[in-house]
Design a protein around this ligand. Structure first.
Ligand code: GYE
Length: 334
């Protein structure tokens, strides 16, 4: 019996030590992330990334930025394209959890409905980073940080430009709005920012507003309907360049001159949008930068190391008039 005593003591000490480590690990993952280390076995951090889709020029540039930055940072990237479907993103995130990736990052297609899967990631002690778009979860501990633009500001800048343009307008200015994907953060926020800005001038009225799903085809189709239903359209506010570009076709086909008969304001400032602006077909663009890859990889490394990161990191961006687009276009990378 005596012989068993020391070993019981050893077990007790070991148990206490294990508990302490376990608690430390939990505490750590609550604040800074998983320090679990190399799950791929090759010394590289594994990042599971769930992308929205390939709906726009912005998205294509964003995907390229993420893939290039992962390669440059020596991060092993598992990339999934959700084709604009939340269910596909949830599936992809569950796969990443099963594969025990080190970090999960994703751009949520819509804002709501993420709590369950984010809790699963947290239970698995895999830190999550939101990039580009936000979720509306009340529990902020479900993700480490959100890297992306201020979409309300983009909408506001677009609206403020219009307010300035139309300050001498004597009568009603009829605006149609092409919204982004229903329920997505950029659609909700750009709508809100724009509406707030134009509310300062009662002449400025949104007479029709509908989703074109951030695609060219969607923009063209919805603009055709707008034109059929409304004889007097003065302004188009499109939540991204691609929908604006699609709308150009509908406007031209209706015998109107884009940029003259109808003032066109968009968001993004991808190359094709900037070309349309320089050509006088668009009138104003609020920039939204898709080049999030390098900053995202820095954050991935930090959360993997358990370092503190700011809860919100905002992308720096600007706006473009036709003249400014002409100047910027030759050096535009995307
Ligand atoms: O503006 C649009 C894309 O989430 C900021 O998604 C992004 C938006 C971007 O489809 O072109």
């Amino acid at each position: 019996m005596n012989a068993h005593l020391p070993s019981r003591k050893v077990i007790a000490v070991l148990t206490a030590a294990l508990l302490a480590t376990g608690m430390a690990a939990c505490g750590n993952s609550d604040t800074g992330g998983d320090t679990g280390g190399d799950k791929g076995g090759d010394g590289k951090i594994t990042l599971g990334f769930s992308q929205v889709g390939a709906e726009s020029g912005w998205r294509t540039a964003n995907t390229t930025s993420i893939k290039d930055a992962a390669a440059a940072a020596g991060i092993d990237l598992k990339f999934d394209d959700a084709q604009q479907k939340q269910e596909n993103q949830i599936k992809a995130i569950r796969n990443f959890i099963q594969q025990k990736v080190d970090v999960i990052a994703f751009s949520p297609v819509v804002e709501s409905g993420w709590d369950t899967v984010l809790k699963e990631a947290r239970d698995a002690k895999i830190p999550v980073i939101l990039t580009d778009r936000a979720v509306d979860s009340a529990d902020k501990s479900l993700y480490k940080t959100f890297l992306g633009s201020d979409f309300v500001k983009e909408g506001r800048l677009a609206g403020e430009w219009l307010v300035e343009q139309e300050k001498a307008a004597a009568g009603p200015v009829n605006i149609v709005e092409l919204q982004g994907t229903t329920g997505s953060a950029p659609a909700n926020d750009r709508k809100k920012g724009f509406a707030e800005a134009i509310a300062t001038n009662p002449n400025l009225k949104i007479i029709a507003s509908q989703s074109g799903d951030f695609t060219r085809a969607g923009g063209k189709q919805v603009m055709e309907q707008f034109l059929k239903a409304n004889p007097k359209i003065d302004v188009l506010f499109a939540h991204n360049d691609d929908m604006g570009l699609g709308a150009l076709e509908a406007i031209t086909a209706a015998g109107k001159v884009p940029g003259k008969d109808i003032t066109i304001i968009t968001v993004d400032a991808v190359k094709d949008g900037m070309q349309a602006l320089a050509d006088g077909k668009f009138n104003f663009i609020a920039e939204c930068s898709p080049l999030l890859g390098p900053q995202l990889m820095e954050l991935v490394k930090k959360v993997h190391n358990g370092e503190e990161v700011p809860a919100r990191i905002e992308t720096q961006e600007t706006t473009f008039t036709q003249e400014q687009a002409k100047e910027a276009l030759p050096n535009r990378k995307y």
